[in-house]
Design a protein around this ligand. Structure first.
Ligand SMILES: [Fe+2]
Ligand SMILES: [Fe+2]
Length: 225
């Protein structure tokens, strides 16, 4: 009981911070879509954790001279791999075989705006990763009340670390930027909002709104935005 109360209190403390950063809530049509695709939800979630660890390692190889960043990314990569192990363990219990599935266009929709030259390229990458972490956190939060107890508890437990990852990436962006990052954050906030409200054909953890449902009820996405 005490644990449940603590969890609820933590969630209410956490979300305003994430929501202040993101420019729209996940539309209800995406939540409904996720609940219709429980297998793809877990599969793509596992892929997202693996990708998050891989991205952290890629940055470690790309920026070996940034000591603080290296230590931060190393811790983060370990944590993401732990999440991967946790999701795949739940999948195994449920008889879902882990396999590679196509990625959504979400990350690519953000990364295509990354500056080509340094240090802007690093700063943009860190800002984008902060958005990806913040959106993951927000989606775990929105999904948790609709899931079965085991999965709801697991997704709630992930909120804390994903929120920390969001803050960490943002802090690193501020640390290495030569000027204030406010404008760049605002730019990517808008790009991210568009990606979340874009219609997608295939369900993934970071996909936009479902095409067919959106057409049937165009008010849904805008009402929740
Ligand atoms: Fe994670
Ligand atoms: Fe994360």
């Amino acid at each position: 009981m005490v644990r449940i109360i603590y969890r609820i209190q933590y969630m209410t403390m956490l979300i305003p911070e994430i929501e202040a950063f993101l420019q729209c809530q996940t539309p209800q049509s995406w939540i409904d879509w996720a609940l219709e695709h429980p297998e793809e939800l877990l599969l793509d979630h596992a892929n997202c954790e693996k990708k998050a660890a891989g991205t952290a390692l890629t940055l470690m190889f790309r920026y070996p001279e940034r000591e603080e960043l290296l230590q931060h990314l190393s811790r983060l990569a370990r944590e993401e791999l732990r999440h991967f192990e946790q999701v795949t363990a739940i999948m195994k219990k449920r008889g879902i075989r882990y396999r590679q599935i196509t990625a959504s266009s979400y990350a690519q929709r953000l990364h295509k705006h990354t500056a080509k030259q340094e240090p802007e390229k690093l700063i943009d990458s860190l800002i984008i990763l902060a958005f990806i972490e913040a959106r993951s956190c927000e989606r775990f939060y929105r999904l948790a009340p609709h899931l079965d107890e085991e999965l709801g508890r697991f997704y709630t437990s992930l909120l804390k670390s994903e929120a920390r990852h969001f803050e960490g990436y943002l802090r690193m962006a501020e640390r290495y930027a030569k000027q204030p990052i406010t404008e760049r954050v605002a730019f990517f906030a808008e790009v991210e909002r568009e990606a979340i409200l874009t219609e997608d054909e295939v369900f993934r953890f970071h996909s936009g709104v479902p095409k067919a449902q959106h057409d049937l009820n165009p008010a849904v996405a805008t009402a929740d935005a």
